[in-house]
Ligand binder design. Structure first.
Ligand SMILES: O=C1C[C@@](O)(C(=O)O)C[C@@H](O)[C@@H]1O
Length: 206
């Protein structure tokens, strides 16, 4: 999909405004100036919004049980996702909390912010929180459930999720890569490129 950006060029006595098709290389956008071809770094026009939510103890990623959750820190995960989304002109915000009520309030705010997709690792709340599940259901915003570890290969109490039946999809056991894959799907869905049709994907969309 070609995204068009509005470029403003300050002149001596006026601000000229034209539409140009940009080329983006390494987060720099090059546009055609109305007089000459000149590189201009501009703010990318964000055409969509994705919210990434992390539940309790995920702030400790990197040092927390690395044999189970890997050595990638939460900051590294968030930075990577932010860059990937930004390259597609999508604004990505992330939020981590150890508290159920804070996560619920963050989800409720997403409605007013026009968030179009949520990626969530509810962490231990996966197995306990009807309240978080209800908050996601109340927004009606499609979401993907992500777990770093393969919860189905772990203790039996981790094999129950209060989210999976509402989720567009579930990714678990692939470590930090799982977030990237979830984002890839969300970006495709926002650009209309991801089929929501079970006939085409083999996946039943909610
Ligand atoms: O905190 C977590 C992390 C987790 O969601 C995961 O990403 O693998 C799995 C949960 O069972 C656990 O409580």
């Amino acid at each position: 999909m070609t995204t068009w950006y509005r470029l403003y060029r300050q002149t001596l006595n006026s601000t000229q405004c034209s539409l140009f098709s940009p080329i983006t290389i390494n987060n720099w956008t090059f546009g055609l100036d109305s007089v000459k071809l000149a590189p201009m770094k501009i703010d990318v026009t964000h055409t969509g919004k994705i919210l990434v939510l992390h539940g309790p103890n995920l702030n400790l990623l990197g040092t927390r049980e690395p044999e189970t959750y890997g050595r990638t820190t939460l900051a590294e995960i968030n930075d990577n996702l932010t860059d990937l989304a930004h390259n597609d002109g999508i604004k990505l915000t992330h939020f981590q909390s150890n508290g159920e009520s804070e996560l619920i309030e963050r989800i409720q705010r997403a409605i007013g912010e026009n968030v179009q997709f949520i990626i969530i690792n509810p962490a231990a709340y996966t197995h306990t929180s009807i309240a978080l599940r209800d908050a996601l259901a109340a927004t009606g915003i499609p979401f993907i459930e992500v777990h770093l570890s393969n919860i189905f290969a772990r203790e039996s109490f981790r094999q129950k999720s209060y989210f999976s039946d509402l989720a567009r999809g579930v990714i678990c056991g692939l470590g930090a890569k799982g977030y990237e894959l979830a984002l890839e799907y969300a970006l495709a869905a926002l650009s209309g490129g991801s089929s929501q049709n079970s006939e085409n994907t083999g996946v039943t969309a909610k």
